[in-house]
Design a protein. Structure first.
Length: 85
């Protein structure tokens, strides 16, 4: 894969779209690296990642309210007096 690397570029010399994403400190220089994107890396609509483990529990009804589920699994198994809940 071919890449173009341009060092010590003043932010003021970058295209407007790039400048808006960077800190606007006068006199700042950056290094720009331009590479062609890999072919075939088409994102399937609706999926954020190709990782098969991502979202593996999305259909679990007991985890529909995440905050409540986490609170329940972090709750102590015992009451303050030592009896089991």
């Amino acid at each position: 894969m071919n890449a173009i690397v341009i060092e010590h570029v003043k932010i003021t010399e970058l295209p407007e779209a790039w400048r808006t994403k960077l800190a606007q400190v006068p006199g700042t220089t950056v290094t720009v690296r331009i590479e062609a994107e890999a072919q075939g890396a088409v994102q399937t609509e609706g999926f954020l990642t190709e990782d098969s483990l991502f979202g593996m529990w999305r259909d679990r009804e007991d985890m529909a309210d995440v905050a409540n589920y986490i609170r329940s699994i972090r709750t102590s198994r015992f009451n303050n007096d030592g009896t089991q809940r």
